[in-house]
Design a protein around this ligand. Sequence first.
Ligand code: ASP
Length: 331
Amino acid sequence: MQSTSSRVVILGTGGTIAGTAASASDQVGYSAAQLGVAQLVAAVPELAGVPLEAEQLAQLDSKDMDHATWRALAQRVARHLERDEVAGVVVTHGTDTLEETAWFLQRVLAPRKPVVLCAAMRPATALSPDGPPNLRDAVRVAREPGARGVLAVLAGQVHGAAEVQKLHAYRIDAFGSGEAGPLACVEESRVRMLRAWPEGDALGLGLVQADPADWPRVEIVTSHAGAGGAIVEALCAQGVDGLVVAASGNGTVHHALESALLAAQRQGVAVLRATRCVFGRVIPVAGQALADAGGLNPVKARVELLLRLLAARLSAGAPCPPRTSRAARRT
Ligand code: ASP
């Protein structure tokens, strides 16, 4: 049922949007996660008449995002979405790992109301900060009738969690949705739809209830010229549970690395191939021994594999195993 409510909850987690520098001309030498979420709201005059609540969930540079914060965020977002008067939730976040948090929340919650990640490339102290207009637009999208799913709003564009990706290290229009393009634009406080809001089934909060310290360990290895299998062997010796290979082109993997990954898979390590390419997806080839991640980039594929492993544990009713080496677990 479509919500008729209009209240928006803004959860602050830090990032450059809450960052400060000593000088207004400094857009790179700043400290992220300095201002509280209430200060970010106060900097946007257009939000004055909007029914809002602001809550500080975390205060970190998103390069340091961690599983415990993800779990707390998912739980808090879910709690607010349950409230009838809440139209949507906005999460202020750093840009560095925004796409990973987006995919995590989408897969766990697949919300029927909008959950809008909002970030900035410039600190709040910049001469021309992008945080305030992005926050204004994010709140606008959170109140858009019919909007749903985990979204990201930056530079006047609305992206879906599946496609959104940070593509530029500096520019304020740093994000894109690849070939799919954005879901919508925000123009003069109007949302202009380009594609349908995302669909999807929630894996559910039960999946992430275990202590994050006990979650499966999933790492990313890269296939590149001169690649070998030593890293995979070392990770297996440490008891890694899953490996994502950032593969070249259409999911191709250096033969030396591939041998090690196949050996790891035989030992019970889950392996997924994602492409290093910014555009396109891994198109399945008959007989491939290593599963592919479709259109997910390597960092989202890592989230996906982590959640699949958690789901497998949950459906097996298995308690979280203590972290021991994989070799030791087999004995
Ligand atoms: N390092 C910052 C962060 O991800 C970058 C940003 O927000 O633009 O928190």
